[in-house]
Design a protein around this ligand. Sequence first.
Ligand code: AMP
Ligand code: ZN
Length: 432
Amino acid sequence: MYWEKNVETIKRAKLEDLQLGRLKETIGRTKKSYYYGKVFKEKKLGISSLRKLKDIQKFPFTNKDDLREHWPYGFIAVPKEELVRMHSSSGTTGRATVVFHTINDIAVWSNLLARCMYMAGMRKSDVFQNMMTYGLFTGGLGFHYGAEKIGALIIPAGAGNSKRQIQLMRDFETTVVHVIPSYALHLSTVFEELKLDPRKDTKVKIAFLGAEPHTEKMRKKIEEIYGYKAFNSYGLSEMNGPGVAFECPEQNGMHIWEDSFLVEIIDPKTLQPVPDGEEGELVMTTLQREGMPLLRYRTKDLTRIIPEPCSCGRTHRRIERIKGRTDDMLILKGVNIYPMQIEKKLMEISGVGTNFLIVLDREGFNDLMTVKVEMDKKYFSGEMKQMETLRKKIVEELKSEILITPKIDLVEPDSIPKGEGKAVRVIDNRKD
Ligand code: AMP
Ligand code: ZN
């Protein structure tokens, strides 16, 4: 049974006591990492700086760049031999950040995920098909361990291979799935191709949708196509991955597990906290992590706390569906991509001009990326063959960097409109 009633419905005052105790332990641990050790010394910070929860505001924020700059082990707070697992964000090697876990961290994480899945209605008797990438990405193994705690039968299908997914789903009578929303939509076209109706021809009743932004409209569409209930699952690798915030049966905002994460919402410009109910950037501090505790991590995700209590009885506050980001990170098919990655690669290729534009479209249920690239003039007077060779080279180079195969349009110099001020690098035409 994974309804941890005493924790999930804990009174606010008691929860805050628990958080303060855990925060003090966390500060004690973080001090041992190279990075925080250095920062605490410089800023004369330590456990004694912490009397009440609000004192967290005395501590500096941690950013993705801090993690990158201290690659690979600058944030670990235990001897390396205590670490048992590494994961990374869904970007690629150049920009990805890594996170390390002790055996205890894995147990805590699995527990959080078991709570999430149980909350949404999954039980030991369920057959759970995990359609997420297994490996460095957190979605596969994270959910796998959580489902194992509940005791469900797991089909570790991994991502892709749509026909096989459908066959597994039908042959083994899958009842719960974990899937990226854009893939759920794509998969529905394969059902159609096979002349199958997912509502009639499968037994799936629950889906966990995570890893990328999606609207309420998109959730409804997925629920309508499949005839199951779809629950929003939010997380990020720096905070373990999935299992940070999750919808309950009310399907109205995601409970964020406050016994494990200290939550702040800040104004991304002033960096000051905003009152509950107001939109801002989500900032989190790990309260239980040993291997790589993080203080005031700026997620860059925009959301707000829903101040009203939830009728399910859980006292951990809810955050609203993620509205967007404060940086320029794009998520395509669940993969995080920064325009900078594309720029850097393009600039390494001779013949490429100075301007480019990324256009994202949705064709049917498929998300596509087109990169319009300005080329040197000489290519437009030369042979077509030369141009085609270059186009292929760009496709290959970008694919190796961002893991997605983009469509490349080579265009003449100065043909991409230049706005005033900051260049517009991305046009996102994806609609519900
Ligand atoms: P990663 O570290 O690769 O797991 O990527 C984490 C990022 O994915 C988050 O910071 C969010 O921007 C995004 N993300 C994950 N889950 C969701 C979700 N349910 N809704 C919106 N965005 C999400
Ligand atoms: Zn609830």
